[in-house]
Design a protein around this ligand. Structure first.
Ligand code: SF4
Length: 362
């Protein structure tokens, strides 16, 4: 049963220096064609289940104008929505306004995710973002008039950034009094402006110190560290993202969107031209039982609370302790068995990827 929907809006008004996502410059004509195609894709694939989480990401969904949002919300009406729906839209500070927020509220949007990234002007310029922290404060206050469940994205590990700078960013973000914070260490990816100008990632020991600083400051301020990079006030964990980490199915609609339905994981085309022509699919991965279990472990261990052993057995009909080299990882202290759950030892969270590699393939 699929109860979750991801919709990708790939349009942006400007391009950030670190961005490796699929995105295109905002263009009214293309947005119109895009929404027509999106509607067709939803009508073709959606099987009529009750939808409990919707996440509209990008790109910059808030780059759409009011008329375009109205068209998008008409598409959302195709879904049967749960009374307990979590409905998130990503916004940028410069393109969200009161008129859009009123429309969001009427259309059941109840969670906003804002790309803040930094609160220091010099760093925002380096990232090629078009806002400052004054605008962020204004827009967060405006959003709170309509929607109070708000996530803010923070990027760290920038060139020349000091621990003091990061502490300043965290304090500013905490002063916004929001419910959720997602953190990202800046990785210089191929095909980004930062790569072209030959920027390098910061040294790993500094990256580690920054990660520790984030954890300490956010935990002291009442945030629960519930996934490697995500922190929430109690009860405000992102339900949609938990669908991914719990290896549950979800629809992915739009250019470059990924989905997980039945025993298939798929990624849509990266080409607008193909998408407009109704050729949505780019890649289809048919999963064996072993693949499904591998995903369940790699995604499940991202949660700080780890994987519940009896739920795992109920769902996959195997004892998690018998899989891969899990017993050895427990003996070596990398994985903890607390009786009900298996979890990555908290002091090894930073090197989590080197542990998860054990669960790839055979
Ligand atoms: S980071 Fe987000 S807002 Fe910036 S260019 Fe990429 S998709 Fe657009």
């Amino acid at each position: 049963m699929t109860n979750s929907v991801y919709i990708h809006i790939p349009f942006c008004q400007s391009i950030c220096s670190y961005c490796s996502f699929t995105k295109f410059f905002y263009n009214e004509k293309q947005v119109d064609l895009y929404l027509d195609s999106l509607k067709k894709e939803v009508q073709e694939k959606y099987q009529g289940e009750i939808i409990k989480t919707i996440y509209i990401g990008g790109g910059t969904p808030s780059s759409l104008n009011i008329t375009e949002f109205k068209k998008l919300f008409e598409i959302i009406k195709i879904f049967k929505l749960s009374d307990n729906l979590e409905f998130t839209i990503e916004v940028n500070p410069e393109s969200i306004d009161e008129e859009k927020l009123k429309l969001f509220k009427i259309n059941k949007v109840n969670r906003i995710s804002m790309g803040v990234e930094s609160t220091i002007n010099e760093n925002l310029k380096y990232l090629k973002r078009n806002h400052d922290f004054k605008l962020v404060k204004e827009k967060i206050n405006l959003i709170k008039k309509y929607i109070t469940n708000i996530n803010v994205d923070l990027i760290y590990g920038l060139k020349n950034q000091t621990l003091k700078d990061l502490a300043y960013d965290i304090n500013n973000i905490l002063s916004l009094d929001i419910t959720h914070i997602s953190t990202y260490s800046l990785i210089i990816e191929n095909n980004t402006y930062l790569k072209i100008i030959k920027e390098k990632n910061i040294p790993e020991d500094l990256d580690y110190e920054m990660y520790e600083l984030i954890i300490n400051k956010l935990k002291k301020s009442g945030f629960n560290h519930y996934e490697i990079s995500n922190f929430s006030k109690p009860g405000y964990e992102a339900k949609h993202n938990l669908v991914y980490w719990n290896n549950l199915p979800y629809y992915g609609f739009g250019v470059s969107a990924s989905g997980y339905l039945g025993n298939c994981r798929y990624t849509n085309t990266l080409s607008l031209k193909k998408y407009f022509a109704g050729n949505y699919l780019d890649n289809l991965e048919i999963l064996s039982d072993k693949d499904i279990i591998s995903y369940a472990l790699i995604l499940g261990f991202r949660k700080i609370s780890g994987i519940n052993k009896s739920e795992f057995f109920k769902r996959y009909k195997v004892n998690i302790l018998d899989l891969y080299n899990i017993r050895d990882l427990i003996k070596s202290g990398l994985i903890i068995d607390n009786g009900t759950n298996l979890l990555i030892s908290y002091d090894k969270i930073y090197v989590e990827n080197s542990i998860l590699i054990n669960f790839v393939g055979e």
